[in-house]
Design a protein around this ligand. Sequence first.
Ligand SMILES: C[S@@+](CC[C@H](N)C(=O)[O-])C[C@H]1O[C@@H](n2cnc3c(N)ncnc32)[C@H](O)[C@@H]1O
Length: 244
Amino acid sequence: MLVPGCGRGYDIASFARAAAASASSSSPSGDSKNKKTVITGWDYVPEAVRSAKEWLESPESGLAELKRRNGSSPLVAVEVEQADFFQRAFSSSPSFIPFTLAFDYTFFCALPPPRREEWARAYSRLLAPGKGLLITLVFPCVPPPALGVDELPREEREAFQASFGTRELVEDAAKAEGPPWPVSLEEYKRVLLSDKGALFELVSCEAVPAKLSHRGRGGREMIAVWRRTTARKANENDEKLSAL
Ligand SMILES: C[S@@+](CC[C@H](N)C(=O)[O-])C[C@H]1O[C@@H](n2cnc3c(N)ncnc32)[C@H](O)[C@@H]1O
């Protein structure tokens, strides 16, 4: 699994804990025939890589405890590399094994909007044709889906209403500066589903209930899952592209 633009690595730790829990519930005896899950984080800023490594080693991440329990044959491993997402995607060698899963959170919105098509094409190179899944946590979503905002604590609810509760402010946000640049599901569709683009199909999409979001982000997130289309479809599209 790939987490590009992993920053301090919080998502890596969450996925590692979830993968370990799922591995131990499907094989309580720790059966070593289970396939190993490797979660790879990339960030091109050395400082981010250093702090991600530190955090993942720290007791707060919960991974040290996992390591202690799993001993020398862990079913889940994490690795963080200093790497440019685009450079890795477009320079992959023939022996490169594509990822089956990627998680994109506040990476898309951190990129300057003119790089969005390139972002989509990079994922199409990195994910396995026909089965690779890309999970995008769409934030800051404009217009905000606002699901469950009424259930937030009063202070957060009022902050949401003040900033994102009116049409004018939503329109202002669309013209905002970044990062984070405002995003929308339509924008993801534009670059991921376009037949000149990265050749994905939309598997599912839903608004994230406000209480599940990070503090201050409630009501402004959607989660969408995309599948990399098959190699055959990809080839057809490449042919279309070269005919342009
Ligand atoms: C807003 S942060 C997101 C961090 C993390 N995903 C999170 O949710 O906590 C965006 C990260 O993307 C990294 N980044 C930006 N462009 C990148 C690139 N081309 N390759 C790798 N990392 C990149 C930045 O260094 C930064 O750590």
